[in-house]
Design a protein around this ligand. Structure first.
Ligand code: SF4
Length: 215
């Protein structure tokens, strides 16, 4: 087992499944519509808020047609706790309209098609491909980039470099879990400023590159 794989395994054992994000829990029973819409809603908001919003939203809408038809003010009201709710409401509507018009209301399962939809960026694309379709990709966010650099696995500012490194070193099961593990570790221990190295399960294996202050 490579060093990267064994350290991810350690982190995986440290964080329980229940603490994983709403989006990560949704992959237990994957619905591409819900995962795509959930991912667009989840951008830049706390997971607790995301969970509440998605529960309300999916009580009202069951498919892309419902999102196109729902009144924009009602949609903004459902999203009221989300940052940039007006922008998000417009994005949900435009993405839904495009999927209905170009893909007959079916979420595409290919990177090129997903990225061709206005409002879907590389991270959302990889979340959908991995969480909904089990494709061999990893969504990379700021937590993953920061942690991989701090540990000393890589020195890069590019998400795609980190994705390639992880894909080259992780088995299928860990590829599935990677996003959840990095999100939890980045939120609870390896936080952006002054990480909690003293309680980190992989402290002995981490070079702490660029970490000036730690707890
Ligand atoms: S030892 Fe510190 S810098 Fe390294 S992964 Fe753990 S919390 Fe992050």
């Amino acid at each position: 087992m490579s060093n990267i794989s064994s350290l991810l395994e350690k982190l995986n054992n440290y964080y329980s499944f229940k603490r994983r994000t709403t989006l990560n829990r949704m992959r237990e029973n994957p619905d591409p519509f819900k995962i795509l819409i959930g991912c667009l809603v989840s951008i830049n908001i706390r997971d607790e808020v995301c969970e509440e919003i998605l529960e309300n939203l999916f009580n009202k809408v069951r498919n892309f047609q419902d999102i196109v038809e729902i009144n924009i003010l009602e949609l903004e009201t459902i999203l009221y706790k989300a940052r940039y709710r007006k922008i998000k409401a417009r994005t949900l509507k435009s993405v839904s309209k495009e999927i209905l018009e170009r893909f007959n209301g079916v979420v595409p399962d290919e990177k090129e098609n997903l990225l061709s939809i206005k409002g879907i960026g590389p991270k959302t694309c990889n979340v959908v491909l991995n969480f909904a379709f089990n494709k061999r990709v990893i969504p990379i966010d700021s937590n993953t980039l920061r942690i991989a650099n701090r540990i000393g696995w890589i020195s890069t500012k590019k998400n795609e470099d980190v994705e390639k490194l992880l894909l080259d070193n992780l088995n299928e099961e860990m590829i599935k879990n990677a996003n959840a593990i990095f999100m939890l570790h980045g939120k609870e221990v390896c936080v952006p400023v002054s990480p909690f190295c003293t309680k980190c399960p992989i402290e002995k294996n981490c070079m702490k590159i660029g970490v000036d202050k730690r707890r």
